[in-house]
Design a protein around this ligand. Structure first.
Ligand code: AMP
Ligand code: GLY
Length: 427
């Protein structure tokens, strides 16, 4: 059957899902994009529903009722909860890994054992569920040492401990369930790696994959990469940190062994594989895998795509061979996250947002933590909006993104003024 007049349902409510919905809507194959649960900006553009991302049965019913042709699952929680498996059971095509594949993000302990089994470079580590074994292992580690809750913790379950006291407390609080509930009942204790971080996004269809442009996120809340870790305060792509020759080396050393390893484990990985890398003096090492597009990295990667995203998502979901190559615009993109002051800890909500009517060409606003209240967009989350600029080079993308940042207002608006600083200091 020919792919035409498609109905696509995007599951999620963040900036990533707003971007995915916009890119899907550009495809000539698509007739309508639906979103659940969406956010204030998404619901102005796309028909939205109220089902939350953890309601597998509700989402399956919705996809059936609406005759959806393709469901694109944005966040990790429904992937780890087997939403793709549940959709597949009733014959609905879904983009993203099944529950088995999603374990690469859902269990850091499983991932570390996987990396070690297939000789894929990563930090040395130990996995523990027992406190006294964990404390004994800690005694053998050098400082700083990294303590991670094995399960999902919304990016907050990683602590870089400068003292043994701090590390012991972190391990104790995790294993007791006090700090991260069940997600902390197994911990990974890991060697600290230094270097620059970058992320590689792949669209996989089991046997084959396509690499998207390399991007760099800014995880710390403060300028100069200081303060607490966040979901990401801004990103840009592509980065000159990784040359095409380096990318080919990463494919040989990391990507191909990972996909081959997954196959040996009986995992037919479809969907996005996000490889978080630390570029150390001893070569690239895997920090983490995510099994979905990064947020905010998606906001800068997808706008650079020349090809039709929906064709790629369909091929991946069907397990068909991915195209041999993919075309990207010869441009750069930057997103600056507009957060509520206080994020990632506590922050106000419900503040009215004012947006510019006509942003300059090549710039646009992506909604994340917003909702519509009596016809007015108000803040409803820590990361509120993303100001995206696309230009012929990163400098132009930056000018456009920051111009837009200045044109948006809400009382507790907070953003980093130095997104892209590492790239600018390289050139
Ligand atoms: P993860 O969720 O495992 O990627 O960890 C979140 C963030 O913590 C990473 O993006 C890094 O900035 C930092 N991190 C994680 N593991 C290490 C490590 N072994 N050495 C240094 N930094 C790390
Ligand atoms: N920005 C990091 C992530 O999506 O995990």
């Amino acid at each position: 059957m020919k792919d035409e007049n498609l109905k696509v349902l995007v599951v999620g409510s963040g900036g990533r899902e707003h971007t995915i919905a916009k890119e899907c809507a550009k495809s000539p194959l698509v007739n309508q994009v639906l979103v659940t649960p969406g956010n204030g900006g998404i619901s102005r553009e796309f028909k939205s529903f109220t089902l939350g991302v953890e309601d597998n049965a509700g989402i399956v019913n919705l996809a059936q009722d609406q005759n959806v042709d393709l469901v694109v699952v944005g966040p990790e929680i429904p992937l780890c909860n087997g939403l793709v498996d549940d959709l597949q059971k009733v014959g609905i095509l879904a983009y993203g890994p099944d529950e088995k594949g999603a374990k690469l993000e859902g269990s850091k302990a499983y991932t570390k054992d996987f990396l070690s089994k297939y000789n894929i470079p990563t930090a040395s580590y130990g996995n523990f569920s027992d406190l006294s074994n964990a404390l004994d292992y800690l005694e053998t580690c050098q400082l700083p040492v990294v303590v991670k809750a094995s399960g999902l913790a919304a990016g907050k379950g990683v602590l870089i401990c400068e003292s043994m006291e701090e590390a012991k407390t972190a391990v104790g609080e995790m294993l007791s369930g006090d700090s991260f509930g069940d997600s902390g009942k197994e911990v990974v204790i890991e060697e600290f790696l230094s270097g620059e971080e970058t992320s590689l996004h792949l669209i996989c269809s089991g046997e084959s994959y396509l690499a998207l442009p390399m991007s760099q996120d800014h995880k710390k809340v403060g300028e100069g990469d200081t303060g607490l870790n966040t979901g990401g305060m801004g990103a840009y792509a592509p980065t000159s940190l990784v040359t095409p020759v380096m990318l080919r080396q990463y494919e040989e050393k990391i990507v191909k062994p990972t996909l081959a390893g997954l196959r040996s484990e009986g995992v037919n990985f479809r969907g996005t594989l996000y490889i978080g890398l630390m570029l150390t003096t001893n070569g690239p090492k895997v920090l983490e895998f995510n099994v979905r597009f990064g947020d905010p990295e998606t906001q800068v990667i997808l706008p650079l795509l020349e090809d039709d995203l929906v064709i790629l998502l369909l091929k991946s979901a069907r397990g068909e061979k991915m195209p041999d190559s993919i075309t990207f615009k010869n441009e750069s993109a930057m997103v600056v996250v507009l957060a509520s002051k206080g994020y990632p800890e506590s922050y106000p909500k419900g503040e009215p947002v004012t947006e510019p009517k006509n942003p300059v060409d090549g710039s646009f606003l992506i909604h994340a933590g917003t909702k519509e209240q009596q016809g007015q967009i108000v803040t409803s989350g820590g990361r509120v909006l993303g100001a995206v600029g696309v230009g012929k080079n990163l400098e132009e993308a930056k000018q456009k993104a920051y111009k837009l940042v200045k044109e948006v207002n809400f009382e507790s608006k907070y953003y980093r003024a130095d997104i892209g600083h590492r790239e600018f200091s390289r050139s």
